[in-house]
Design a protein around this ligand. Structure first.
Ligand SMILES: Cc1cc2nc3c(=O)[nH]c(=O)nc-3n(C[C@H](O)[C@H](O)[C@H](O)COP(=O)(O)OP(=O)(O)OC[C@H]3O[C@@H](n4cnc5c(N)ncnc54)[C@H](O)[C@@H]3O)c2cc1C
Length: 326
């Protein structure tokens, strides 16, 4: 690993100012579970790491009935996994957090870091001058592409690795972003960028900006939610495909829905057409086959990953069946 300077800013203003002043050379550092691996492998070589962990105001979970849920960017994944109010009111977050990595990584990894982690593509992480590292081609197109994306890829076929993002997207969360000058709030869906718009970055953060807080609107009465994740290995692993489903119901009838997928696209993927088609559907009565066929309808799988489309459709049916019983 190359030498770097470890900076301990006294407050958010100082942290964001340093990051803005040295845009190519400095990076925010939270738990370090992703960043240090990338530095050890020589994929990233920042000259300055700006420690966020001791900044005040970015920690913790705050929920009051009738208000939005607030999650500080430095909240650890373990805190989310273990919080009782979240398990009752926002079960998708609990279910997703409990499936992120291993207990040790969850104890250290933060929510902000989870959303901003870099792709797991073996060409990006390996010794390949790929498109995302400023090279000319995406090696996945003609290479080993079993775990790459099936939709939204051109010209770079990564998948977004965050489980928390998939759950938060289904909950229609927003992200608060702070720069030295101002704070802004964006919908999580607009936080992530497709490679067709920017193949060097996974999100809209500009130099000097950090994620400070994530907010989730309170769920409507009659909301049911489920997060499902398929991994290649039974122990901790990234999602091959994951699905988060949020249904607002009146009796067994669905009145509103949001379905998000992970492991299929360079961004956490909102299934907009299917989400719009679900209202009117009666849980446990209407057969989900026809709707399942709409999931990833526009997919363009690579040579080795068409199985992801089938997997996503089966997860969709499984989620509807399980939520019908709840
Ligand atoms: C072996 C292994 C298995 C894993 N399995 C899973 C899994 O199954 N599911 C899953 O979702 N994740 C998984 N992860 C990813 C893990 O959850 C993330 O590494 C972790 O959440 C990142 O948090 P961190 O605080 O350590 O981030 P860091 O490593 O400190 O930072 C990660 C990136 O985000 C940036 N960053 C950090 N905080 C902020 C902020 N507040 N604002 C702006 N940028 C920021 C950093 O500059 C860096 O680029 C795994 C990781 C490992 C190493």
């Amino acid at each position: 690993m190359k030498n770097f300077t470890y900076l301990q800013p006294k407050d958010l203003k100082e942290a964001t100012t340093v990051l803005q002043k040295f845009p190519q050379e400095s990076l925010p550092y939270a738990g370090g579970t992703d960043l240090l691996g990338l530095m050890k492998d020589g994929v990233l070589e920042p000259q300055r790491l700006v420690n966020l962990k001791t900044l005040t105001g970015l920690q913790g979970i705050s929920y009051r009935p009738g208000k939005e849920l607030e999650l500080g960017a430095l909240t650890t994944i373990s805190e989310i996994a273990e919080n009782q109010s979240l398990a009752e009111k926002f079960p998708l977050l609990t279910q997703a957090a409990r499936q992120v990595a291993s207990p040790q990584l969850r104890n250290v990894g933060t929510l902000g870091g989870n959303l901003c982690q870099r792709p797991r593509c073996w060409y990006f992480r390996g010794d390949f001058p790929c498109l995302r590292k400023g090279g000319d081609i995406c090696y996945a197109v003609d290479g080993e592409n079993k775990f790459h994306c099936v939709i939204g890829g051109r010209p770079c076929y990564i998948v977004h690795p965050s489980d928390m993002a998939v759950a938060l997207l289904a909950y229609n969360a927003t992200v608060e972003i702070q720069s030295p000058q101002k704070s802004r709030r964006v919908n999580l869906k607009d936080f992530f960028v497709l490679p067709q718009d920017d193949y060097l970055h996974e999100n809209i953060l500009r130099p000097g900006e950090i994620v400070t807080r994530i907010r989730v609107p309170e769920s409507a009465p009659g909301t049911k939610a489920l997060f499902l994740k398929v991994k290649e290995r039974e122990v901790w692993d990234f999602a091959t495909v994951s699905l988060a489903m949020v249904l607002v119901t009146s009796g067994k009838q669905i009145t509103a829905a949001r379905v998000a997928l992970g492991g299929v696209a360079p961004v956490p993927w909102l299934e907009e057409t299917v989400s719009r088609s679900l209202p009117g559907f009666t849980l446990g009565k209407d057969a989900p086959e026809a709707l399942a066929g709409q999931v990833l309808k526009a997919a363009e799988p690579l040579e080795q990953n068409a199985y992801k489309v089938i997997l996503a459709r089966n997860l969709f049916k499984q989620a509807l069946e399980e939520l019908a019983k709840s």
